[in-house]
Design a protein around this ligand. Structure first.
Ligand code: ATP
Length: 242
């Protein structure tokens, strides 16, 4: 279980995350939706201890990320797929990560196979396409076989086969009891891939609940999303009927 409690972050004069609270349960795929600049990446960075909140906290089964021992074994994350040294091969990058987190070296071959990168694993990372770099980032997230996965736009750069692959992967991970939290901009894809939604706008929680409630009555998720944003921008607007 991930608990985000009253999280706030200000950059200069701008409030990027505003008293945000929500929970993410194991065994389901939870999507994190919001327009550009809503505060999704800022929230994910604070979840991972990469940014310090001005207020509030994020707990993984009661423990903040910076206090986790061997964190890659507890929480796997994909944030910035290009965050790999360009001269280093995918295999060496994963070996280094495994080594520094007490993860058996055999996992490197396993995750390379799992993400379909075994054939290019010895190439320098700078030669990887965006889709391959994205798969390498997912391999790194899976390396420690963690019970929690945080994936920021995992379908970014993937072709339709890759998008289907991600959808099936997150489903398998959740079905195995993991906590899977996935940020996205892709409404149609989210409607197919996610069970639960957390929607934010301007750093604030706009709605949270099962996808089935957002799309009740034949409404598309896109319609529900635009309705929530319109209601948040104009509090006089009755907004969507949920
Ligand atoms: N390091 C930073 N310094 C200054 N401002 C920042 C920083 N990081 C984020 N912001 C600002 O905080 C707000 C939220 O940004 P954030 O990247 O978290 O949104 P997002 O929902 O992830 O957007 P996107 O969907 O475009 O990735 C934006 O106004 C952004 O400009």
């Amino acid at each position: 279980m991930i608990s985000v409690r009253n999280l706030s972050k200000r950059y200069g004069g701008r409030l990027a995350v505003d008293r945000l609270s929500f929970e993410v349960r194991p065994g389901v795929v939870t999507a994190f939706l919001g327009p550009n600049g809503a505060g999704k990446s800022s929230t994910l960075r604070m979840m991972l201890g990469l940014d310090r909140p001005d207020e509030g906290e994020v707990l993984f089964d009661g423990t903040p990320y910076p206090a986790l021992r061997r964190p890659l074994r507890r929480v796997g994350a994909l944030l910035e797929a290009r965050a790999v040294h360009g001269g280093r091969s995918a295999r060496d990058h994963l070996r280094w990560l495994a080594d520094s987190n007490g993860i058996p070296a055999v996992r490197v071959g396993e995750v390379l196979d799992q993400v379909g990168l075994a054939d290019v694993a010895r190439r320098p990372a700078r030669g990887l396409s965006l889709g391959m770099a994205q798969r390498l980032g997912i391999a790194a997230a899976l390396l420690g076989d963690p019970p929690v996965l945080l994936l920021d736009e995992p379908a970014n750069g993937l072709d339709p086969y890759g998008i289907l692959w991600i959808r099936e992967l997150v489903r398998e991970l959740a079905d195995a009891g993991r906590t899977v939290f996935v940020s996205s901009h892709l409404m149609a894809e989210t409607a197919l891939a996610a069970d639960e939604l957390i929607v934010i706008g301007a750093g604030r929680l706009l709605a949270a609940g099962p996808v089935s409630e957002f799309v009740a009555g034949g409404r598309t998720l896109e319609d529900a999303f635009f309705g929530l944003l319109a209601a948040a921008a104009d509090p006089g607007d009755p907004g969507p009927s949920r």
